[in-house]
Design a protein around this ligand. Structure first.
Ligand code: UGA
Length: 462
């Protein structure tokens, strides 16, 4: 972490002003991080956000969501005069040669991407495009392969006979929530997808000083690289979760096994953490999308279907552990540490705990929920739970365990590791912990006298 901090300080002090004005359409997760990142890189950035409430916050320098370091970077970018937020997309289209598309691509009921916001952006661009000026559109949203080509076609279609000079590129984003600012400045690779090589030089001007190799591919290849990367990460997680299931039956400890596997350079230890399943706004969505794309092209998506099934089954695993530990759930007080889908974010989209809560309520448990950052999002998005007498939401980790029968850990905040275990032990009615992310030190926990269960270990044989 210290290293990361030092790097961030370095970035802050080494930017040089650049003579390019960049437009960003959509100041959501990717759009906002890209906006402040490019402003820090010295570009002049104009960002457009349609949601008035969000836009007003952004104009005041307030990030609408929690992301480490983002707040500071946002204020500094605005104060330096290199980042401004606007409510007129026409101004952005007129003034900027480079226009990034960072609008959302939610998934529809049929598990395919909803292209409405991209379609709207293409039409807006077509309507406001000045004649005789070249514009380069860069798609950052996660999209199905073929989108950049469609985007260009739509613009030309709506232009009708007017003179038009645009190119569309696809430069996918690989940043992780919770590490987004660091990832923006330190990507592993920069994928530039173009169908017309004449814009490569122009685009590399933006990316030449990032410490990463630049790979030039076609737009469709770039789009597939993004989807396939997320599908691979999902596969890695379901793989290790499967291995952890067999560890529980074979009297092996998954932590030893995963170290042994991950030390092979060809495999790598990253994304080999077993748990209660992957969530978030990307991995589950992109996995569904890749399954739909395979089906549409009549290729059997058997691998990805299995990855999805394994992930969905994780909730049963954790439920069985809770049942085994408590014997009877009805009337018990269950503390859940973790509402966001992982540490470092207040994002609760597709968080595995959202599946667990209704099952436990149905079983007759009383729940106490705690998360360092996500309680507000949870209250706002699930108001029915705020008024449910069986659910209490706390802002303090110690308060969350008072008279509790069991703590179930569902995400991986550092705070859980630093907690005063003696105090937790004393406050609980029956000191039991189920560690759904294997983040606590099991030797230390046992010394305090907790009954402790984690993933990928067989407790019956020990
Ligand atoms: C993911 C990708 O990691 C990013 O590269 C990509 O840019 C992003 O999606 C996106 O498409 O926008 P993110 O959704 O922020 O990033 O979260 P991850 O760090 O990938 O974690 C996803 C889920 O997998 C979390 O629930 C996490 O707890 C879980 N996970 C992760 C595991 O269960 N085990 C692991 O070893 C790693």
């Amino acid at each position: 972490m210290v290293l990361l901090r030092e790097k961030m300080e370095e970035i802050e002090h080494t930017f040089e002003k650049k003579d390019i004005k960049i437009g960003i359409i959509g100041a959501g997760y990717v759009g906002l991080v890209t906006s402040v990142g490019l402003a820090y890189k010295g570009f002049k950035v104009l960002a457009f956000e349609k949601n008035v409430e969000k836009l007003n916050l952004l104009k005041k320098g307030i990030s609408p969501f929690y992301e480490p370091d983002l707040q500071k970077f946002l204020i500094n970018s605005i104060n330096s005069g290199r980042l401004s937020f606007i409510d007129e997309v026409s101004q952005l289209i007129k003034e900027c040669k480079h226009i990034y598309i960072c609008v959302g691509t939610p998934i529809k009921e049929d598990q395919t991407y909803d292209m409405f916001f991209l379609d709207s952006a293409a039409r807006e661009i077509a309507n406001h495009l000045p004649q005789n000026e070249q514009k380069i559109i860069i798609i950052k949203s996660t999209v199905p392969p073929g989108t950049a080509k469609w985007f260009k076609k739509i613009i030309y279609r709506y232009r009708r006979n007017k003179k038009t000079n645009i190119e569309v590129a696809s430069i996918p984003e690989f940043l992780r929530e919770g590490n987004a600012i660091y990832d923006f400045f330190n990507p592993n690779r920069i994928i530039i997808g173009v169908d017309n090589k004449s814009i490569v030089e122009d685009l590399t001007q933006i990316y030449h000083d990032f410490p990463a190799p630049i790979i030039i591919v076609s737009t469709t290849e770039a789009e597939l690289i993004k989807l396939a990367s997320n599908a691979f990460l999902a596969t890695k997680i379901s793989f290790i979760n499967s291995i952890s299931d067999i560890c529980e039956q074979l009297d092996c400890d998954i932590e030893n096994v995963r170290n042994g596997i991950g030390l092979d350079n060809r495999i790598g230890i990253d994304f080999l953490k077993p748990g209660i399943g992957f969530g978030g706004s990307c991995l589950p969505k992109d996995l569904n999308a890749i399954i739909s794309i395979f089906k549409e092209k009549q290729i059997d998506p058997v691998l990805f279907e299995a990855v999805k099934k394994i992930n969905n089954d994780r909730i049963n695993l954790i439920m069985n552990k809770i049942k085994k530990a408590l014997w009877n759930i009805k009337g018990k007080t269950i503390t859940i540490w973790g509402i966001s889908f992982k540490a470092g974010t207040d994002d609760i989209r597709e968080s595995p705990v959202l599946k667990l809560i209704p099952i436990l309520i149905k079983e007759g448990a009383n729940l106490i929920l705690y998360d360092p950052k996500a309680t507000n999002n949870f209250k706002n998005q699930y108001p029915q739970y705020s008024i449910n007498p069986s659910i209490k939401i706390t802002e303090n980790i110690y308060e969350s365990v008072v008279n509790s029968n069991i703590v179930v850990i569902t995400n991986d905040w550092e705070e859980y590791k630093r907690v005063n275990l003696q105090k937790i032990y004393e406050l609980m009615e029956t000191p039991i912990i189920i560690d759904g992310r294997n983040i606590l030190n099991h030797l230390e926990i046992s010394e305090y006298g907790f009954e402790y269960y984690r993933i990928g270990v067989n407790y019956e044989s020990s």
